[in-house]
Design a protein around this ligand. Structure first.
Ligand SMILES: [Zn+2]
Length: 62
């Protein structure tokens, strides 16, 4: 399987896969992980927050 979270593939993503994580507010971090919040909306989070409790994900309203 191709690596989708490192290397050149990131450069084809919007903002090259980087942004501000809505959970931990880290800026210019890689947002490569998808989590669904309480409303069923998919949000992109960083690696750390991909393992965050669902409560924290649900608290985010995009
Ligand atoms: Zn985060």
């Amino acid at each position: 399987m191709a690596k989708t979270k490192r290397g050149r593939v990131l450069w084809s993503l919007p903002s090259r896969g980087r942004g501000t994580c809505p959970i931990c507010n880290s800026t210019r971090i890689k947002l490569l992980y998808s989590r669904a919040n309480a409303g069923g909306t998919i949000i992109k989070v960083c690696k750390r927050c991909s393992k965050a409790e669902q409560d924290k994900i649900d608290a985010v309203i995009p």
